[in-house]
Structures are given as structure tokens and as C-alpha cells.
Design a binder for this molecule. Structure first.
Ligand code: PMP
Length: 376
């Protein structure tokens, strides 16, 4: 069993429907994190599931050098919806793989090797991505990793300017750190990072595995700061629950990406699901709901819990509540007595990452649940 066990008596999640989950005993839970930013449209979204089912009836696999129609549609949708001038797409199967590719592409396109990453950052667990991940607990047993990584304090423009030099291939940054505790970067930091990478000829990678797909109130968090990186990586919510990752690039990266490939890259079924996911998010303006309900939820949390907790922060429906060392206890109690499933971020933060279709009524339910657990 990996990760966090949120309940003393083991539960088996059997069914999902929108923002709700139910277990084998018929108990219902509001999903404020059990789907981990992977289901932006809610569980069992008909457009996504139907797209996958229809594709299964037509074609499930063809080798990647033979274009398949579903992949071509997904390429076009991602190129159309990525911030200009990002319009090249590399597809894979997870977030760590999307970052692994981005780090390789940065080295190939620049001819340099040094990578710069941020303290408390998280980018995945394969050897390259792991080398840019901060926490030593995740790295120690597997060292040596891909060397030549310099870590700078997150959200420190001066430290970033000092770290990026002529030998830098790439800088990888989360616009809001997820695993690190829901830490939003200032626009000043992102602008300084953009300027430093541009001056040094290095590639700037935004890891949007957790922030992307509308969670922060725009399809990409990059669109909120106005800072356009050279690459954006996406995964988690990109397939509304089906496994897929993507590395979106500017042309200068795609022109010199080296030689990189993966057998299941852009498979027809996952491509159909992801295309339906992105298209539905855009057509139904789901990011606006994330922004509105996120603002509402944060304001209500502030009014109800502001005096009880250390901090409430985030953007859209990516919210962290700093409760101190009691985070795990609160999460267990939320699950057991209130039927709300959330996630920890580190030891001190309760993290909310619900489907982006959450309503104000659902938000009220969460505030009541947190109030009874934290205040009472
Ligand atoms: N980057 C970020 C920002 C993440 O939050 C995660 C997963 N928590 C990853 C990368 C790795 O994604 P995956 O687990 O799909 O490899």
C-alpha cells in the first residue's frame, strides 16, 4: 500500500459519480482529493467515457510511427489550447515521464547539462525527474541520480537569477507547488525566471501536472501569470482519470529534441479520452467554475476557520489549509465522521483538490465538515 491510508477500517472505493464516491458498504464520500486532481470533470463523465468506449470499438493500438486519427485530434486540441507560441506535443503515460522528456529535451535543444529546480518541488519518481525533486527521503535509496541539479529557494527571484547561467540546460518550476504544501509562486518570481532563462539560452519548463487542466481558474496556470515557458508538462487531469502525460513545447525545442520515444505514446483509446477531456473543459468553461467556486470556498474557509488554522492558501480549486502537525488526524476524522476525502501535503497541510465541477453547495458541505473536525 503506498501513500496515505486515510481510514482505520479499510474501505474499498467501488463507484464514482461526479464529485461523489461510494464504498463497498454503500457509504458516500465527497471527493475533495481522493481523485488527486486526476478527474477535473468529475467521475464517469459521459463525454470522456463514451469517447473511450467508441474508440475501443474501432482501434486500440497502432505503432506510433503510423498516425492514428484520435492522436492527431488530440495534438490539434492541445496545440490550439496551449499558450502561444507553444504548439508541439509529445505524449506519454504519466507526469514523471512528461518531466523526464522535458529535461531530456532541454539538454538536447541547448547542448548544456545543468538543471535548476526549486526547494520543496516535486516532479516525479523516475531517475531524471527524481533528480529535480527536492525531498531527500524520495531520493536517498536510489542515488546517484542524474547529476548537475542546483536547487534554489522557491519564489526567490534573486536566487533564481544567480543560479541560471550559460551552462544551464533547463529550469523546472511548478507555478503552484503541490506536494510541497500548496505554495503559489509570485508573478515576479516567474517573470525573473523567464528573464534569466531567456538571457542564458536555457529552457524554462512549467510542471503543470497538478496545476493544469483548469484547476487554478485558467486552463493552464501559465496563462494567469502571463509568463510563457518553453515547455509545459501535463498529466493527472489530462485524461479525466485515464493515464496520460504530455510535454508541450515551443518549436525550438521540438526541432532539436534528440531521439525519444515510447511504445504507448499517443495510443488511440487514451488519446480519444484526453481529447474529449480537454475539449469538454474548454467548451463548458470549467476553469471559470474552478475560479468562482474556489474563491467562494476559500472565503468561507477563511471566515469559518481563519482564526483556528495557520494559513489558507491556493488558487481556484487547489487549496491548502495549514493546520500544523495534526493534518493526518484531521484527514482521518474527515473521512470517518464527515464522509469527506481530502489529501495531505507534507505533514502539516490539508489539501483540497476536488473535481472542478464542484458547486457552492458542495463547498458549503466541505466547510461544515472541516468546521466540525477542526473547530469542534
Ligand atoms: N509533477 C507534479 C507537480 C506532481 O504533483 C506529480 C505527482 N504528484 C508528478 C509530477 C508526477 O506525476 P506521476 O505520478 O503521474 O508520475
Amino acid at each position: 500500500m503506498s501513500g496515505f491510508v486515510f481510514n482505520e477500517k479499510p474501505i474499498q472505493i467501488e463507484e464514482g459519480d461526479g464529485v461523489w464516491l461510494s464504498d463497498d458498504a454503500g457509504n458516500e464520500y465527497l471527493d475533495m482529493g481522493a481523485s488527486y486532481a486526476c478527474v477535473p470533470l468529475g467521475h464517469r463523465h459521459p463525454a470522456v467515457d463514451q469517447a473511450a468506449k467508441s474508440q475501443i470499438d474501432r482501434l486500440t493500438y497502432v505503432q506510433a510511427s503510423y498516425p492514428n486519427a484520435a492522436r492527431t485530434r488530440l495534438y490539434e486540441t492541445l496545440a490550439d489550447t496551449a499558450p502561444d507560441p507553444i504548439d508541439k506535443v509529445w505524449l506519454c503515460n504519466s507526469g514523471t515521464e512528461a518531466n523526464e522528456a522535458a529535461l531530456k529535451f532541454a539538454r538536447a535543444a541547448t547542448g548544456e547539462s545543468k538543471l535548476v529546480a526549486t526547494m520543496q518541488g516535486f516532479h516525479g519518481r523516475t531517475m531524471g525527474s527524481l533528480a529535480t525533486t527536492w525531498k531527500s527521503k524520495y531520493k536517498k535509496p536510489y542515488e546517484p541520480l542524474a547529476g548537475d541539479v542546483e536547487f534554489v529557494p522557491y519564489d526567490d527571484p534573486e536566487a533564481m537569477r544567480d543560479a541560471v547561467d550559460e551552462e544551464t540546460a533547463g529550469v523546472i518550476v511548478e507555478p503552484i507547488q503541490g506536494e510541497g504544501g500548496i505554495n503559489p509562486a509570485s508573478t515576479e518570481f516567474l517573470e525573473a525566471t523567464r528573464e534569466a532563462t531567456e538571457d542564458a539560452g536555457a529552457a524554462l519548463i512549467f510542471d503543470e501536472v497538478q496545476t493544469g487542466m483548469g484547476r487554478t481558474g485558467s486552463l493552464w496556470a501559465a496563462q494567469e501569470s502571463g509568463v510563457v515557458p518553453d515547455m509545459i508538462t501535463a498529466a493527472k487531469g489530462l485524461g479525466n482519470g485515464y493515464p496520460i502525460g504530455a510535454t508541450l513545447c515551443r518549436e525550438w525545442i521540438a526541432d532539436e529534441y534528440g531521439s525519444h520515444a515510447s511504445t504507448f505514446s499517443g495510443g488511440p483509446v487514451i488519446s480519444a479520452a484526453a481529447d474529449a477531456t480537454v475539449s469538454t473543459i474548454v467548451e463548458e468553461d470549467v476553469p471559470s467554475n474552478a475560479a468562482a467556486v474556489g474563491d467562494y470556498l476559500r472565503a468561507e474557509l477563511e471566515a469559518t476557520l481563519g482564526d483556528e488554522v495557520r494559513d489558507i492558501r491556493g488558487e481556484g480549486l487547489m487549496i491548502g489549509i495549514e493546520v500544523g502537525r495534526g493534518a493526518m488526524g484531521h484527514l482521518k476524522q474527515l473521512a470517518m465522521s464527515e464522509g469527506v476525502l481530502a489529501l495531505p501535503a507534507g505533514r502539516t497541510v490539508v489539501r483540497l483538490l476536488p473535481p472542478l465541477t464542484l458547486t457552492e453547495e458542495d463547498a458549503d458541505h466541505v466547510v461544515d465538515a472541516l468546521e466540525s473536525v477542526i473547530v469542534e
